[in-house]
Design a protein around this ligand. Structure first.
Ligand SMILES: C[S@@+](CC[C@H](N)C(=O)[O-])C[C@H]1O[C@@H](n2cnc3c(N)ncnc32)[C@H](O)[C@@H]1O
Length: 244
């Protein structure tokens, strides 16, 4: 899977732009949308370290760098695809790109973003991935997950045609929330997002009122690390302790 993203690193943006043409928008619109969701949630006074885990060629990192004050907030990107990281490094000079997340990064980040990463991870490996992400965050860490909404027919259509999504297994919002719960996160909020194409952009001002409707092209979840006094255990896919 990561090879796919290595191979496509130089053409990723143009492939994506071609595949989202029906929305009338380009990749910058979707990246800025995500960055603004995060900025709104964290607020003007946020200070800390944000990691975009699975940052690809840095499409979301770029607007994050523009929206956050570099004196207060450091933006990091990490990806398994080294070639994507190389593109990100050359196009987003204001961020720090990491090729490895070794032990020195445990509890290092205040915020981690998983933007359209989980549907590329095998279902049986998702818990391990989210657990490893949780370990990168401090006790008050916040996680933002963005995913395609499988209930949106246009999203399904785009995913079927996007060559890099050929192994994708989409997650419903409730699947994502259940994974987050298993992995020690408490949901703070979730919302369906990206409802209207550019031709209907006059309606975008009401999108926030529609966030409960499972028809947006994507959704996001914001969750906090659960403050637990006893460690929880998993055997990779199944939590040993029953969920509360
Ligand atoms: C669809 S792209 C999304 C890129 C970026 N987050 C964005 O929204 O533009 C998915 C990315 O997830 C990365 N990825 C998949 N599995 C990963 C893993 N286990 N660890 C780190 N990155 C991963 C891929 O290499 C790819 O760059």
């Amino acid at each position: 899977m990561s090879n796919l993203f290595d191979e496509a690193s130089s053409s990723y943006e143009s492939i994506l732009t071609r595949d989202v043409w029906m929305s009338g928008e380009n990749t910058e619109y979707f990246a800025l949308y995500k960055a603004q969701c995060i900025k709104t949630a964290l607020g003007e006074r946020f200070r800390g370290r944000i990691l975009d885990f699975g940052c690809g060629i840095g499409l979301t990192v770029k607007p994050l760098c523009a929206l956050f004050d570099p004196l207060r907030t450091k933006i990091y990107g990490y990806d398994v695809s080294k070639k994507s990281l190389a593109v990100a490094k050359s196009t987003v000079p204001g961020a720090f790109f990491l090729e490895d997340l070794d032990d020195t990064f445990q509890e290092y980040f205040d915020v981690v973003i998983l933007a359209n990463v989980l549907h590329h991870v095998l279902p049986e490996e998702r818990i391990l991935l989210i657990e490893s992400v949780r370990k990168l965050m401090g006790h008050r860490g916040r996680l933002f997950v963005f995913e395609h909404n499988p209930y949106n027919l246009l999203t399904q259509w785009v995913v079927k045609r996007f060559p890099l999504d050929k192994d994708a297994k989409l997650l419903r919002l409730r699947d994502t929330l259940s994974l987050l719960k298993i992995c020690g996160f408490v949901k703070y909020r979730s919302a369906y997002i990206v409802f209207f194409p550019k031709s209907l952009k006059v309606l975008r001002s009401i999108e926030s009122f529609l966030s409960f409707l499972p028809v947006g092209a994507q959704y996001f979840c914001e969750a906090f690390v659960r403050d637990v006094d006893e460690p929880f255990k998993t055997n990779g896919t199944i939590r040993e302790k029953p969920l509360k």
